[in-house]
Design a protein around this ligand. Structure first.
Ligand SMILES: C[S@@+](CC[C@H](N)C(=O)[O-])C[C@H]1O[C@@H](n2cnc3c(N)ncnc32)[C@H](O)[C@@H]1O
Length: 240
């Protein structure tokens, strides 16, 4: 059993989500041999690199989510619209959906078709979600609290201002060879949107206000050690 502020998390949730992915583990997948790693072939990796997208994989673990969702960080209990840029196999979104029912719109973007399909298949099996639309590059689900979840197979660098205007939380757990490709997106995200990333975007973008955050986040690749350093930003783009 784990706690976030007053929130209680049963180990059964971890088991339940693992089952959706066909993982036979009483805890989370760790290391460098997760489904997200094994599902993608060398040819797909090559194609992603040609598109300037980094196929590097790793997941935020529930302990990490508890830290970054807490009041002193992203304060997810107070969020409405969250985007996971580079959602991988979508596990983080499933946990967030279960833990923070105040969030009415969750969207995940994944450029790798094979990881995207793993996510869609897991969500389709979940009894708390109703599939309402499935096309080649998008699957949309209705949630029991009247909200929606959209999974996209596309690059998040293509998001328009209209698509990000009401986003109040952004996860960017992606590695960039060239972080400057994120400029249009960050320019478009509204003032006050809270952003978490393991890239220090404040070095590149003046609209990013870096907020002191000194806790390490547990991830699948650092679970056996202490965790990974992440940065926390407030978007302070004052453009109207
Ligand atoms: C480190 S994994 C993060 C998984 C998940 N967000 C989490 O934190 O548990 C990063 C994912 O971003 C994807 N990715 C990289 N560049 C992308 C882009 N431009 N658009 C969409 N997805 C991208 C990769 O294919 C990879 O699956």
């Amino acid at each position: 059993m784990k706690y976030i502020n007053e929130m209680k998390i049963d180990d059964s949730l971890i088991l339940e989500i693992n089952e959706l992915y066909g993982i036979n583990l009483s805890y989370e997948e760790c290391g460098y041999n997760t489904i997200g790693h094994t599902i993608i072939c060398a040819q797909e990796k090559k194609e992603l690199l040609e598109l300037d997208a980094d196929p590097l994989y790793g997941e935020i673990l529930i302990d990490g989510l508890l830290t970054l969702g807490s009041e002193k960080c992203l304060n997810l209990s107070n969020a409405k619209v969250l985007y996971d840029l580079g959602m991988g196999c979508g596990k983080l979104l499933l946990f967030i959906f279960n833990l923070f029912t105040n969030i009415t719109r969750l969207e995940g973007f994944e450029i790798s078709k094979s990881r995207y399909l793993v996510a869609v298949n897991a969500f389709k099996k979940y009894y708390k979600l109703q599939l309402i639309k499935e096309e080649e590059n998008i699957a949309e689900f209705e949630t029991f609290n009247g909200g929606s979840i959209k999974l996209w197979c596309k690059s998040f660098t293509d998001l328009t201002r209209e698509q990000v205007i009401d986003v109040d939380r952004l996860f960017v757990n992606v590695h960039f060879k060239n972080p400057l490709i994120m400029k249009p997106l960050f320019d478009n995200v509204n003032d006050g949107c809270k952003i978490m990333s393991y890239m220090n975007f404040a070095k590149y973008f003046s609209c990013m206000e870096k907020i002191n955050f000194d806790k390490l986040i547990k991830t699948s690749w650092t679970a056996k050690r202490v965790g990974h350093k992440f940065y926390y930003f407030n978007n302070k783009n004052t453009r109207l």
